[in-house]
Structure formats: C-alpha cells, structure tokens
Design a protein around this ligand. Structure first.
Ligand code: NAD
Length: 508
C-alpha cells in the first residue's frame, strides 16, 4: 500500500504522544497502533506519564490567563487558519483516518470535511457569543447576562470518529476562550498526533501561548487523570455507555461538569406510506456504513406488516451486492471492524440472536483469506427478531441489522422508545400525520429525529447528542457552545438610591 500520507502528515515510527501545545515530549512507554485494514504496524505513540500530565495542565492553566482575554473574533481567526490547513491536508488526513480506523476513504475524507465545517462554524460563532438583556423590575437598573469561558476543557474521544469528535469540541471551546486537553482513543492515537501537529503549526505561526491546545495519550488510566482533576472544569467524553457512567460518577463526585456523548440503538420506522427506494438507501447506508461502527448506525428497522415482506426481499437482494474489503479501495463499500476484539463481540451477538430465537435473513460471519488477513473483516448481516429480545436492546458496534414487524404506529413508537439509549431515530413516510406524530412530544424520545432520512450521521449545524443512556450532552452546532461557557447575570444600578427587593426597608 502507498503510505506516503504518513510522511505528508509528519508521522514517524515513534511519535511523541504528549504535546503542551507547542512543545512535545516522548516518554518511555508506547502505544502501538496496528491498522485493521492489513494488520500492519502504523507507528507508535508515547504514553503520557503523570509528571507529563501535570506539566500539560500547568501550561494550560497559564495559557488560559491570556487566551480568555484575546477577543473572541481573534481566537476565531486562528481557527479559520486551522480550517485552511485542514483543507490543504484533507487528502492525507482522510487516508490516515481510513487506514487507522478502517472506515471507507470517502468517509475518512468526509470526517476531515466535518472538521473544516466546524472550523467555519466556530469562526462565525466567535462573533456571536450572545447573552440576553432583561428589563429590571427596579428603576435605574440594567440587567443582562454574559458568557465567560470555563477554563480547561478535557476531551476524551472514541475510536470511531478519531478526528471529527475532537474538532467538534475543541474548535467551539477554543473560540469560547477555553483551553483544551485532548486524550484520543488508544485505538487511533496516530490520528490524534496528526491533528495536533497540524494545529501546532498554526499556533506557532500566531505566537499563541504554550498550553492553549494540548494532547495526552494512553488508555482509560490517562483518561482518569482528567476526570479526577479538579483543575479540569469540563470533561467532554465520547464513547461507550459503560465509560460514560464511570466518567459521570467520577466528575460528578467533584461537582465538575460533563458533556457525555455515548452509545445509541437507533431505529427507522417504515410505515405503509414510505417511499421504499428511500428506505433501502437509508437503511443500507445506516446499517453497513463504517461497518456499523457509528453511534448513529441503524440497528433496528421497524417495518409495518403490510410491507414487511417487500422490504425484506429488497434487503436480501441488496446485501449480497456489498463489496467488503480494503476501505482505501474506493470500489469497496464496507471495511473492517476496529480490532479482533470487536469481531468477537459481533460473533457473540450473533450467537445471542440465535439463542433468543432470531432468524438470519442474511447470514453473518468472519471473513477469511488473503484480502482479510488482519482478521477484522466481517459480513454485514440481517436478523428477523422480536422487539424485546435482550440482545436487541444492547448496542453491538458492528453491522448487524434487526428486522422487527409492527401493526400500528403507536406500537412502532413504543418499540422505538423502549431501549435504554436515545440517540438517533427516523420515520420513513409521506404521510404528514405520521411524520408529525413521530416528531411530537408523544413521538420519538431521541435527541435526533428525522423524516425520510436515515439515522446515520448529522450535519454540524445542529446540536448533536442524545437522551437517556446516550448521556444528554449536545455538541457541535446550534447553541451547543453554551456547555463550554459559564453564564453570569449582571445587574447595574445607575440610580442614586438602592431600592431593596420585596420592598424591604433597611434605613439606618
Ligand atoms: P470506549 O468507551 O471504550 O472509549 C472511549 C474513550 O474513553 C477512550 O478514549 C477511552 O480511553 C476512554 N475511557 C474509557 N474508560 C474510561 C474511564 N474510566 N475514564 C476515563 N476515560 C475512559 O468507546 P469506544 O469503543 O472507543 O467507542 C465506541 C462507543 O462510542 C460506542 O458506544 C459509540 O456509540 C460511542 N460513540 C458515541 C458518539 C456520540 O456522539 N454519541 C460518537 C462516537 C462514538
């Protein structure tokens, strides 16, 4: 394979995993990153030690003192330059995402495009961090609110969006005046190094203080440095529900703030009024895109009994046409899972479906042979199941699609909402009443609810996140920036008296 992209990104065999913004350090222990595409070693990244971590936090605290005072539009200008750098490096960075994580090259480039988009969004936002003004009930008084930065924002990210999730958090937090410390997934550490190195260049060119945006690396133990640290005002964590519960408890115990973006179990309801061509495209991409390793992947297809057989036949015909293989080859639709542990989880979910009485419409299994030598490639599969199977209520991070039959819409809505997760959802219908019911307070309980669009993916302009065990956090667009700031209510008395509230007299 042509691996020139590694050189273009300045990546080496051994890379420094700790960067205090401008300076890098190499400790003695390394995380090795193997590609799920061909099983080869991509490179290694040094693990952050406790001493290095403390140096990163000290630099971040110092940097915050000046960064928070730089006018927000000036901070935005630096983010604009990073967006330009990303435009320049979109091809090699997209290739690295594809090679280290295993998603298709199109999706790798797409992830970098999301980074560029959020940079653009953040630049505009840097002139729009608006607070409200209110009418005071007291004469000669003015009341308004301001938004101030929080301080250090710790970002813990998952393997499946190894570059975009950091940028959704970091670009917004930085224009808000916060400083950022990022711990990427230990399953995709090279992506973290590449993003940080590109950012360092921009920071250096702008003589930004050391510590504005730093990188640390390691497994959950390094993540715990952030969650247990009172100096970290906000921990934004993306990953499994298991991780989110621990992070929420740890940060909550010190009354710190969290922003949690956790697992999903996303369904599409297909009513008799659906356009079946749209259903097929939406369900197919939702279920097999990124080999089912998106938090918004379609896991459940809840289909009305009158069209169930037709939908089933269309899917059974489409799945054998999927090309599975090297994701950097643009002819392929589906790449590998992240590692062999993920393959084992996929295989045990298949066993659980069979144990509970499910029927496989399209069979799954691990793929063997030269083209699949990493051992991480699996067949996307479809199982006909009952809505209340235990395994169906669990997020298996792999391309397994569950087909569920329903007879009336209230039943389908109940199925949509009965799982513990609440990230993304969709209804396929051309009937206005069905669509509006789905979007109403009595409809989907998810953070994302779509009509005639699948569950997978989202535009950066909206607030992204979900309810229940998905964690309740919101990132990216709309007013998600408020999570990265503290609100201050200000009242100014410009009269010559001090009227007390509730008519209280306090004359001496
Ligand atoms: P994971 O929970 O195994 O790891 C995520 C990150 O958390 C890693 O950086 C890891 O080192 C860190 N971590 C784990 N335990 C920790 C602890 N106790 N303290 C501090 N840090 C800790 O998740 P993963 O396998 O990398 O990612 C897949 C999961 O992420 C799926 O459940 C998926 O749905 C979810 N996800 C959610 C969103 C969203 O926006 N809702 C986006 C992407 C992925």
């Amino acid at each position: 394979m042509d691996k020139r992209f590694l050189k273009q990104l300045g990546l080496r065999k051994h890379n420094a995993g700790t960067m205090t913004g401008l300076e890098s350090t190499n400790s003695s222990k390394y995380i090795k990153s193997f590609s799920p595409v061909d099983g080869e070693l991509i490179g290694s990244v040094s693990k952050t030690t406790r001493e290095e971590y403390d140096a990163v936090i000290a630099a971040a605290q110092e940097a915050f003192k000046t960064w928070r005072l730089l006018p927000a539009p000036k901070r935005g200008e630096i983010i604009r330059q990073y967006g330009e750098e990303l435009r320049r490096m979109k091809d090699p960075l997209g290739r690295l995402v594809s090679y280290e994580m295993g998603k298709s090259l199109q999706e790798g480039w797409g992830e970098v495009q999301e980074m560029i988009d959020i940079c653009d969004f953040a630049v505009g936002l840097s002139r729009q961090l608006y607070g409200l003004s209110m009418h005071s009930e007291r004469p000669g008084h003015r009341m308004y609110e301001q938004w101030h930065p929080l301080g250090i924002v710790g970002v813990i990210s998952a393997f499946n969006f190894p570059v975009a999730v950091w940028s959704w958090n970091a670009m917004i937090a930085l224009v808000c005046g916060d400083v950022v410390v990022w711990k990427p997934s230990e399953k995709a550490p090279m992506c973290g190094v590449a993003c940080q190195q590109l950012f360092q260049k921009v920071l250096q060119e702008n003589e930004v203080p050391e510590g504005v945006c730093s990188l640390i690396n390691g497994d959950y133990k390094v993540g715990e440095f952030l969650t247990k640290d009172e100096r970290v005002a906000l921990v934004s964590a993306t990953g499994s529900i298991r991780m989110g519960k621990i992070v929420a408890a740890t940060v909550g115990a010190r009354l710190g703030k969290t922003l949690l973006e956790l697992g999903g179990n996303n369904a599409i309801i297909v009513t008799p009024n659906a356009d079946l061509d749209i259903v097929l495209t939406g369900a197919l991409f939702g279920a097999v895109g990124t080999a089912g390793q998106r938090c918004t992947s379609t896991r459940r297809l809840i289909v009305h009994e009158s069209i169930y057989d037709e939908v089933k036949q269309k899917l059974a015909k489409a799945y054998p046409q999927l090309r599975i293989g090297d994701p950097l080859d643009e002819n392929n639709h589906v790449g590998p899972l992240i590692d062999t542990q993920a393959v084992d989880q996929y295989l045990s979910a298949i066993e659980a479906v069979e144990r509970e009485g499910g029927n496989f419409l399209v069979e799954g299994g691990r793929l063997e042979g030269d083209a699949y030598s990493s051992g991480c490639y699996v067949k996307p599969c479809i199982a006909e199941v009952e809505h209340d199977f235990e395994i169906v209520h669990h997020e298996t991070f792999a391309p397994i699609l569950y087909l569920i039959k329903y007879s009336d819409l209230s039943e389908a809505l109940a199925y949509n909402n009965e799982v513990p997760q609440g990230l993304s959802s969709a209804i396929m219908t051309n009937n206005l009443r069905e669509a509006e019911l789905f979007l109403s307070a009595a409809g989907s309980d998810c953070g994302i609810a779509n009509v005639n669009i699948g569950t997978s993916g989202a535009e950066i302009g909206g607030a992204f996140g979900g309810e229940k065990e998905t964690g309740g956090g919101r990132e990216s667009g709309s007013d998600a920036w408020k999570a990265y700031m503290r609100r201050q209510t200000n009242t100014i008395n410009y009269s010559e008296t001090l009227p007390l509230a509730q008519g209280i007299k306090f004359d001496l």
